[in-house]
Design a protein around this ligand. Structure first.
Ligand code: GTP
Ligand code: ZN
Length: 230
């Protein structure tokens, strides 16, 4: 799949001002990157088409080593959590906390990937929620629909980060798949920054399932985190 940079503009938010960049893939699907303190890499200023296949290889030169490592969050779209303040997941608080943290460091990016419902789409996610209403957990619900537990891909991340010349990151995540994917694709993950926010009585079990059945690196005692959050 190839990805093309389309356009960018300033985006003032309640966390501070970001630059918002829009990328599109061959199928016309839009992905979004918010940046602070990062400038467009020289080779990309003509909005040239970029593809995951020909993303520039990792190069370690003197100037790069001296640059601070940007704080980066790869966030998968969650309409219910990000826009509607759903308590079923931790996505909304994770997004807001990451935006705030990146503003505070003054140097980083949010990659907002349009892979709703771990890549199964909004309608299927709500079908999975209906199964969860009957008592099934987040993983089984996907499987009962004949869908993968996690259908996401991350091949847009390399080209999006390359657009602003980023080749090494401090990654805000609890998901080891994201760390592995970046590492395998030439983006050095210098540090993993854990993000346990927005835990509540409605999503503690969901988070425990992600930890126990999906390999997420979450605290052993999620209920302790509920108290820390209050
Ligand atoms: N299919 C499905 N998707 C969900 C469910 N809850 C959240 N999501 C989606 O899961 C994605 C977020 O993934 P998470 O597993 O919460 O976290 P992650 O992005 O893998 O890991 P972190 O970087 O640690 O946040 C978003 O696309 C949500 O829409 C659910 O119960 N079923
Ligand atoms: Zn969510």
């Amino acid at each position: 799949m190839s990805y093309q940079f389309i356009t960018s503009a300033k985006l003032p938010t309640r966390h501070g001002e970001f630059d918002i960049h829009i990328f599109e893939n061959d199928a016309g699907q839009e992905h979004v990157m918010l940046t602070v303190g990062l400038s467009v890499a020289e080779q990309n200023t003509d909005a040239a088409a970029i593809s995951s296949q020909n993303a520039p290889p990792l190069q370690k030169d003197e100037t790069l080593v001296e640059q601070p490592i940007p704080l980066v969050r790869i966030h998968s779209e969650c309409l219910t959590g990000d826009a509607f303040s759903s308590l079923k997941c931790d996505c909304g608080p994770q997004l807001n906390t990451a935006m705030q943290a990146i503003q505070e460091t003054g140097y980083g990016a949010i990659l907002y990937l349009r892979q709703e419902g771990r890549g199964i789409g909004l309608t299927n996610k709500i079908r999975a929620y209906a199964l969860q209403d009957q008592g099934h957990d987040t993983l089984d619900a996907n499987l009962m629909l004949g869908l993968p537990a996690d259908a996401r891909i991350y091949d847009m991340c390399g080209p999006m980060l390359a657009h602003v010349g980023v080749k090494a990151v401090k990654l805000i995540t609890n998901n080891p798949d994201k760390v592995a994917y970046l590492a395998e694709n030439g983006i050095e993950v210098v540090e993993r920054v854990p993000l346990l926010v927005g835990v509540n009585d409605m999503n503690a079990e969901y988070l425990a399932t992600k930890r126990d059945r999906m390999g997420h690196l979450l605290d052993k005692n999620i209920n302790t985190a509920i108290h820390l959050n209050k």
